[in-house]
Design a protein around this ligand. Structure first.
Ligand code: DC
Length: 243
C-alpha cells in the first residue's frame, strides 16, 4: 500500500473489528460537525449518519402535508408512515431519501431549518428516530453526528466528541455556506435565528444538546476541518482504536 493510501484510511484495530464501532459527534449548528463527521467517516471507511437530516426530512414531509406541527400525536403518526434512507452518490456525497424521493437539497431550505424544532421537541418522534438510528449503528461502523448522539442514541459509545466554536465563527460559516449555495443572506437575521436555534436545541425537554458524559470537547474556532479530523484520529489512535 502506498504511503498516502495508508494515511487516507487508518485501520481499525483487529481486536475491535468484530464489533461495530460508534463515534459520536455532537455540537451546535455551525460548529463544523457535518464536514468533520463526513471526512472522518470517509477516512475510516465508516458509515456517516447525519441525524439532523432525519429531523429535517420529517419536517419537510410535515410541511408538504400541511400537518399541524403543534400536535405531537399527528407527528408521531407521520413518522410511523415515513421511510428515510441515505445513499452515497458516485461522487461520495450523501443523498437523503424521503419515502424514496431524493430530498437532499429540499431539506436545507430556510423554511425547513426554522421549523425543525417542532419535530425535534416531540418525544414520541424522537423515540422513533432514535430507534432508526440505533438500528443503523448495529449493522455498521458509524460516525454519528447530531445533538443527542452521545447522550441518548449511543450513550455506551466508547468514543464521543463535542464540537464547538465561537458564535461569531459559527455564524460566518453558515453565511458562507448559504452564499455558496447561491442564497442571499441578511447577517443580522441569520444571527438571531442561529441564537434562537441554539436556545431551542439546548433547552428542549427531550434529547437536548449537551456534552455527553466522557465526551472530548474540541473547539474548532481556529481550526480547519482537516485539523479537527487529524486531532480526532490522533485521539482514537492514542486510545487504542486505530493501528
Ligand atoms: O444538524 P442540523 O442543523 O441539520 O439539524 C437540524 C435540526 O434537527 C436541529 O436544529 C435540531 C434537530 N436535531 C435534533 O433534534 N437531534 C439531532 N440528533 C439532530 C438534529
Amino acid at each position: 500500500m502506498k504511503r498516502n493510501e495508508m494515511q487516507d484510511h487508518p485501520k481499525v484495530k483487529s481486536s475491535i473489528r468484530g464489533t461495530k464501532m460508534v463515534i459520536t459527534i455532537d455540537g451546535p449548528a455551525g460548529a463544523g460537525k457535518s464536514t468533520v463527521a463526513k471526512e472522518l467517516a470517509k477516512r475510516l471507511q465508516f458509515t456517516y449518519l447525519d441525524t439532523g437530516a432525519m429531523y429535517r426530512a420529517l419536517t419537510l414531509k410535515a410541511l408538504r402535508e400541511k400537518e399541524e406541527l403543534i400536535q405531537e400525536e399527528r407527528l408521531v403518526k407521520l413518522a410511523q408512515r415515513t421511510v428515510i434512507d441515505f445513499k452515497m452518490d458516485p461522487k461520495g456525497a450523501l443523498r437523503v431519501y424521503l419515502d424514496g424521493q431524493d430530498v437532499s437539497e429540499d431539506i436545507r431550505s430556510l423554511e425547513v431549518t426554522n421549523n425543525t424544532f417542532y419535530i425535534a421537541r416531540a418525544a414520541g418522534v424522537r423515540a422513533i428516530m432514535v430507534d432508526w438510528q440505533r438500528r443503523i449503528g448495529k449493522k455498521n461502523n458509524v460516525v454519528v453526528e447530531g445533538r443527542d448522539a452521545g447522550t441518548v442514541i449511543f450513550p455506551e459509545a466508547p468514543t464521543k466528541f463535542y464540537l464547538d466554536a465561537d458564535f461569531e465563527v459559527r455564524s460566518q460559516r453558515r453565511i458562507k455556506e448559504l452564499q455558496a449555495a447561491g442564497k442571499t443572506v441578511d447577517e443580522n437575521t441569520l444571527k438571531s435565528e442561529l441564537k434562537e436555534r441554539d436556545h431551542k436545541d439546548m433547552s428542549r425537554a427531550v434529547g437536548p444538546l449537551k456534552k455527553a458524559e466522557g465526551a472530548i470537547v474540541i473547539d474548532s474556532t481556529d481550526s480547519s476541518v482537516q485539523d479537527v479530523v487529524e486531532k480526532i484520529l490522533g485521539i482514537l489512535k492514542d486510545n487504542g482504536y486505530l493501528k
